[in-house]
Design a protein around this ligand. Sequence first.
Ligand code: ZN
Length: 88
Amino acid sequence: MAERLRGRRAVAQRLRRLQAEPLCRDCAAKGAVREASVPDHILPLTQGGSDEDSNIRCLCADCHQARTAEQFGHRRTIPTGRDGWPIG
Ligand SMILES: [Zn+2]
């Protein structure tokens, strides 16, 4: 399990990643040019992703928010009945 960097080292790593990829990857995919401000884990650490550069993409704040919502916010919950079995 990768240890999350904290403090100065984390800040330095964040800056290094943003310098390596200064433009938002998602915006670039849509043909837009926007400055990236957040190095994002492609596969979240909580889902077994690594903290290596290969698992990092730099995004602008808007895209990062959208991606985070995608990964964590809209987790599909299956309604279950009183007996614990899914309904429908
Ligand atoms: Zn973007």
